[in-house]
Design a protein around this ligand. Structure first.
Ligand code: ZN
Length: 177
């Protein structure tokens, strides 16, 4: 299996998140060309801001391998990890990170900061960015376009009483992860 093959696997997991109404991000942890663990975004359904795809995959891998360090593993994730996940990847001692789309708002593997290769931290990951980037970002942008259209339609259905919500609504900010 090549990096692209594994990224397709991660995209399939991202589709599971999308089917559940979550932002479509998927992650798969691989060791010796075998799947160790899989994850996809579940923040909304689990009421857990830390339930990012890569976080869930790595937690599951730790349980399965009975080790909080995962030195021989590669993590494939469809979106560049945030600072929380990037920090967790350093703690986990994962060897290699491969991601698809860059996240210019919260990405911590090179976009707004680089935690996974920071020379002052005690572990640096090997990073490959941009694998199937177009497919990965297309999945996200299609999701957000559809969600914005749905929100617009819902607003149009509402009467004047909802003017307060329109003024103070919380749909201005869109988190990718
Ligand atoms: Zn994250």
């Amino acid at each position: 299996m090549t990096d692209e093959d594994w990224m397709r696997h991660a995209l399939m997991l991202a589709a599971r998140a999308e089917a559940a109404g979550e932002v479509p991000v998927g992650a798969v942890l691989v060791k010796d060309q075998q799947v160790v663990a899989e994850g996809w975004n579940q923040m909304i359904s689990s009421h857990d801001p830390s339930a990012h795809a890569e976080m869930l995959a790595v937690r599951q891998a730790g349980q399965l391998l009975q080790n909080y360090r995962l030195p021989e593993c590669t993590l494939y994730v469809t979106l560049e990890p945030c600072s929380m996940c990037a920090g967790m990847l350093v703690h986990s001692r994962i060897k290699r990170l491969v991601f698809g789309a860059s996240d210019y708002k919260t990405g911590a593997a090179g976009s707004i900061m680089d935690l996974v290769c920071h020379p002052k931290l005690n572990h640096q990951l090997e990073v490959t960015a941009g694998v199937l980037a177009e497919e990965c970002s297309m999945m996200l942008s299609t999701f957000f376009q559809r969600r914005r259209a749905e929100q617009k339609r819902l607003k149009q259905q509402k009467g004047p009483l909802e003017i307060v919500e329109k003024t103070f609504g919380n749909d201005g900010d869109v988190d990718l992860t």
